[in-house]
Design a protein around this ligand. Structure first.
Ligand code: NMX
Ligand code: MLT
Length: 554
């Protein structure tokens, strides 16, 4: 009996006798497993002989001999050489993992961490891309005509809510549970991603690695990526000059997006395209642009902040710091807790599947083969709208208006009255509601936990907590709001405000810096997978009238 093993989301082993995929069935050995298995022991014993491929939450395990998922058979000498090196590397990895992530119980997640020891992110991607290209090809050929749902008139006129229409690999949003980055929830990311200090918040570079590869990186891989980003962070003078051409009163998002547009001058993708690059190689200059962009946006963002609020007194970057800490440093905040907050902030705002306005815009513009700078600048312009990213600015301004009018010790009844006053004046309550979520946003929850740990007595945090009790029943009473619960923006401002970043109009820029991680990761995969130009069909009201009349008479 020959076979491979698949692990499902619950960690159950399933034998798999198919010849499909990249694993060579002919080289698999007999293997029968029932129920769950202790993967640590399993790996120690068998790792040298195993080949593991992973896609989403399914891991496929195959035995040697097979050199790589797509290789041909190998010689005896090569086989034993490989076994030796794999034993050494498996042992080294296990040693560094056991201390770091001993609390993890989910077997599948554990496997997810066992990515290669390769420190170069681009090489990792190079390995993963053919596998995912094959997978997409197979999906298309085997299931291309499977229906995913019906389109209703409500969907067409209601902002396409509930319509499945995009491929987005880096994250997936569940209405009840919230976001999962490559299958990992926020608490799971907090547990398994490397941190600057033990038990601290995840390093955003680790999240970027996860978004791009689907694998949890080691501390060494994160450090290598951190260095790579630091070395890419030089911003040419004309970018600063472009920003300086705007009045310093221009909205920070206008200045930031203008700076990103000016960065475009150095686009590798544009250069390569002009030089006739073959489409199979599109992802490579896209990767360079994306990594450069992610590295440079904090520098541009910090420049805007210092220009607007600190008399143009810029602070140079400190290459010895990680991405989040360095951003905080360049803004002028060197408090260790603020640096931790920045790491958390960048991690949780990075990605929210593909349909939100900024991500969708980035993907749409990129689908025309506009380079990552053009695509991301477009995304930022969507983020700058008050129903999307600008809501974080609106929340703090609204909270401060509450305090101004009623004082910090406002009672719940007074607060309720203030919420109704806002609604009756035809405004939304910022920070509440969502297009997809139907429960409290886990990004709100983790920020609340941060506040409870680090600033429980902050008066504005206490007001935010009071709002959590008061707003949902009011929005429910309104009768039309589908989700009365708070979203990410309801909490971020009071945390930043606590550590001295009080300028609410700047907040969406921070959101933008973080979102570069998610949008750029997906852009790389868009080009690697050769995803199509986005061009849905639109219709007129006349067309809808005629179609519906015909449908009802049929
Ligand atoms: N305050 C007042 N009314 C609301 C709110 C709110 N917080 N949320 C939804 N509604 C209204 C909405 O305006 C709509 O009214 P109408 O039919 O008169 O146009 C009705 O309730 C139904 O809307 P929903 O289907 O519940 O929400 P939708 O998917 O259309 O919009 C938001 C989602 C996020 C745009 C909406 O909830 C909102 O405006 N919230 C406040 C702004 C905000 O916090 N945005 C940030 C979202 C997160 N992010 O970072 O992007
Ligand atoms: C986001 O983070 O993009 C927002 O929560 C909006 C959304 O997901 O629609």
């Amino acid at each position: 009996m020959f076979g491979g093993i698949r692990l499902d989301e619950k960690g159950n082993f399933k034998t798999d006798f198919s010849r499909s995929g990249n694993v060579r069935a002919a080289s698999k050995l007999t293997f029968v497993f029932g129920g769950k298995c202790h993967l640590l022991v399993f790996r120690l014993l068998y790792r040298p002989f195993l080949y593991i491929t992973r896609s989403n939450n399914i891991s496929t395990i195959a035995f040697f001999p097979s050199r790589s998922p797509s290789s041909s058979r190998i010689s005896g000498f090569e086989f034993w050489r490989m076994v030796f090196f794999r034993s050494v590397s498996a042992f080294t990895r296990l040693r560094s993992r056991v201390g770091q992530q001993s609390s993890l119980s989910n077997s599948v997640r554990w496997i997810q961490m066992q990515s290669s020891t390769e420190l170069d992110l681009k090489s990792q991607l190079q390995e993963l891309i053919p596998e995912q290209q094959d997978r997409l090809k197979k999906l298309k050929s085997e299931h291309g005509k499977v229906q995913l749902g019906n389109i209703t008139v409500d969907m067409v006129i209601g902002g396409m809510r509930g319509m499945t229409g995009l491929l987005w690999e880096t994250s997936l949003l569940d209405p009840e549970e919230g976001i999962r980055f490559r299958g990992l929830s926020i608490p799971e990311c907090q547990k398994v991603l490397p941190a600057a200090q033990s038990g601290g918040e995840p390093l955003p570079e680790g999240l970027l690695w996860l978004l791009l590869t689907g694998k949890v990186p080691s501390k060494e891989q994160v450090e290598a990526l951190s260095k790579d980003l630091a070395n890419r962070a030089a911003v040419p003078d004309y970018v600063y000059n472009a920003i300086d051409a705007l009045p310093s009163t221009a909205h920070p998002m206008t200045q930031f997006a203008s700076g990103v547009m000016a960065l475009q001058v150095q686009s590798e993708f544009q250069k390569a395209y002009e030089n006739g690059i073959h489409k199979s190689k599109f992802w490579e200059p896209t990767y360079e642009d994306c990594l450069n962009l992610i590295a440079r946006v904090p520098v541009v963002a910090a420049y805007v902040y210092r220009r607007m609020y600190k008399n143009g007194d810029s602070i140079p970057s400190d290459k010895s710091l990680d991405y989040g800490a360095n951003f905080s440093h360049m803004l002028g905040f060197d408090d260790a807790k603020m640096k931790e907050l920045m790491r958390l902030y960048i991690t949780i705002h990075s990605d929210h599947e593909g349909g939100n306005v900024s991500a969708h815009t980035g993907h749409l513009v990129g689908s025309a083969l506009s380079d990552p700078y053009l695509s991301f600048a477009a995304a930022l312009n969507g983020l700058a709208g008050p129903l999307h990213g600008l809501a974080n600015q609106e929340v703090l301004l609204w909270i401060k208006s509450v305090v101004e009018e009623c004082g910090e010790n406002i009672s719940k009844d007074q607060l309720k009255e203030y919420v109704w006053k806002t609604l009756n004046s035809g405004k939304v309550v910022p920070g509440y509601g969502h297009g997809v979520l139907r429960k409290t946003d886990p990004r709100y929850v983790c920020q609340r936990e941060f506040a409870l740990k680090h600033l429980p007595d902050d008066p504005l945090f206490q007001l935010v907590s009071k709002l959590y009790e008061v707003v949902p029943p009011v929005l429910t009473e309104l009768g039309k709001v589908k989700n009365p619960w708070p979203n990410v923006d309801a909490h971020s401002g009071v945390l930043l405000n606590h550590y001295g970043l009080t300028e609410a109009r700047y907040y969406t820029v921070l959101f933008g810096v973080s979102r570069s991680l998610g949008i750029c990761s997906q852009l790389i995969w868009d080009r690697a997978l050769g995803l199509a130009l986005e061009r849905p069909k639109s219709v007129t009201m006349d067309w809808l009238d005629a179609f519906c009349k015909k449908a009802s008479s049929a």
